[in-house]
Design a binder for this molecule. Structure first.
Ligand SMILES: Cc1cc2nc3c(=O)[nH]c(=O)nc-3n(C[C@H](O)[C@H](O)[C@H](O)COP(=O)(O)O)c2cc1C
Length: 111
């Protein structure tokens, strides 16, 4: 992909909040997760964990935690990205915990 194709791709990107009922295959899940592993991270600590949720009762808990956003219940599979304090602190001590808290709070604000 050259730079103009990449810029064209970015211009057409948008959020999707309606999903089919089809379950994702493990290959499809891997095709989302593996490129995300290439994301840069402070000190290369990769201070995150991704929890893949398909269980309906867990999705209901996420729905409540996320201010009742309906699409969380509709999605057949939800990727929960968690800050990993321990990994960040192993490199940066308290400073690492602070940066994780900032990011988590920003993500917690309702849209
Ligand atoms: C930090 C962050 C948090 C977001 N949280 C939510 C969310 O809780 N629910 C949601 O439906 N979209 C969420 N979004 C997506 C934005 O609402 C969306 O990107 C924005 O409305 C622009 O629309 P677009 O992605 O279609 O261009 C979030 C985006 C960011 C960057």
């Amino acid at each position: 992909m050259d730079s103009s194709e990449f810029l064209g791709f970015l211009r057409t990107r948008s959020s999707v909040r309606e999903y089919s009922d089809d379950e994702l295959t493990s290959e499809e899940i891997a095709s989302v997760i593996l490129p995300a592993e290439r994301a840069p991270s402070a000190g290369n600590r990769e201070s995150w964990d991704v929890i893949i949720v398909t269980d309906e009762s867990v999705k209901e808990g996420l729905f409540d935690a996320a201010y009742q956003q309906q699409h969380l219940l509709q999605a057949p599979c939800v990727f929960v990205v968690c800050a990993n304090y321990v990994r960040s602190m192993s490199q940066y001590g308290e400073r690492g915990a602070f940066s994780m808290r900032c990011r988590t709070q920003r993500l917690r604000r309702p849209i």
